[in-house]
Design a protein around this ligand. Structure first.
Ligand code: DP6
Length: 331
């Protein structure tokens, strides 16, 4: 191994068909497949350096030493690389998000995708994209999708060892120019993270089985909406999958509600825009921010309308992004 320091960048992504639930927690195998788009303006940059004197990995997030639970999650992820490479080295990891993490925007997807790429490099693993996606999945399910740019499908897979639970690129970003407007409605941290939320839904929701069973047709339809560039179909399905996931989440016991009042106001505003003839659809992850999906020509008008809603703190606009990539390295 000759590379001892490297830097990788990965974009965040937003699911159009949602992942919620696991068929194996140990390997982090999803219970359902998912489809996402990769976001250009939201990314994580991760530098990793081998340090001979370290007895465990050290993690810095956005300029500060990471919290205990964050370090633990990353250390057990790094153990996977030590095991895979047979190399017992420890590293210093410095990670930055260019988007507000306090705003509850998903960061684990871009973070574990960037870390998978950078860490594979310093551990001397010549990993293919598929292997990187498999590795990233073990850090966070949605991270498997952030290895690729554009339109991405995460396969649920059927094998026990999980090697077929990986993402593939359906189409590069150039295939179809879409825009995303993210309405930030709260900057406080959510109470229940996705991993715990999923566990609760699996254990307690009477709707869980139906959720798992009904996901395959959503995937098939979304794939064809993307290939055929059918925006109405893409939007309607994205809203369906989003509301179905939140319905599942709300039907857990105790019920989880990731939305605030402004989340609902933004949903109504998007529906109203549509009634007036503008093609725009919403999707929402495990948090209160609303992501409006639209075509480039309508971006300015939609942004203007959403900005005016009381409670919307700001709007982040982004086109689709590219693959995770190495952006720097030293020997
Ligand atoms: C609502 O990928 O954060 O954003 O695998 O437990 O780390 P873990 O979960 P995570 O879950 C993402 C859930 C979601 C939907 C999605 O991105 O598909």
């Amino acid at each position: 191994m000759n590379v001892t320091k490297t830097t990788a960048l990965a974009h965040s992504n937003i699911a159009l068909v949602k992942y919620w639930g696991k068929r194996n927690t140990q390997l982090n195998l999803p219970a359902v497949g998912s489809i996402s788009i990769n976001l250009e303006n939201l990314h994580t940059t991760t530098s990793i350096e081998v340090k001979e004197h370290l007895k465990s990995d050290e993690l810095f997030l956005n300029g500060n030493p990471a919290k205990k639970h964050e370090s633990e999650r990353v250390r057990s992820f790094m153990d996977l690389l030590r095991k895979k490479s047979g190399n017992k080295i420890f590293t210093e990891i410095i990670s930055h998000n260019n988007f507000p993490t306090s705003a509850g925007l998903a960061s684990s997807a871009s973070a574990f995708a960037a870390l998978s790429l950078a860490a594979s490099c310093v551990f001397g693993l010549q990993s293919s994209k598929e292997e990187l996606s498999e590795l990233a999945r073990q850090g966070s399910g949605s991270a498997a999708r952030s290895i690729y740019g554009g339109f991405v499908e995460m396969k649920k897979g059927s094998r026990h060892d999980g090697i077929d639970a990986v993402a593939i690129q359906l189409a590069p970003k150039e295939h179809w120019e879409l825009r995303l407007l993210i309405a930030i409605t709260s900057e406080s941290k959510k109470e229940t993270g996705s991993t715990d939320g999923m566990k609760l839904s699996e254990k307690t929701s009477p709707y869980y089985k139906g959720w798992v069973k009904s996901s395959t047709p959503d995937i098939d339809e979304m794939r064809s909406a993307i290939y055929n560039k059918d925006f109405q179909k893409l939007g309607e399905l994205a809203e369906f999958s989003c509301l179905k996931m939140h319905g599942l989440v709300m039907s857990s016991r105790p019920g989880l509600l990731y939305w605030n009042g402004t989340t609902i106001e933004v949903i109504h505003a998007i529906k109203e825009l549509r009634r007036r003839g503008t093609a725009v659809y919403f999707t929402i992850d495990a948090g209160p921010q609303v992501k409006a999906i639209c075509l480039p020509k309508d971006t300015i008008q939609i942004k203007k309308e959403l900005e005016q809603i009381p409670g919307v703190k700001k709007i982040i606009e982004t086109p689709l992004g590219g693959d995770a990539r190495i952006i720097g390295g030293e020997s």
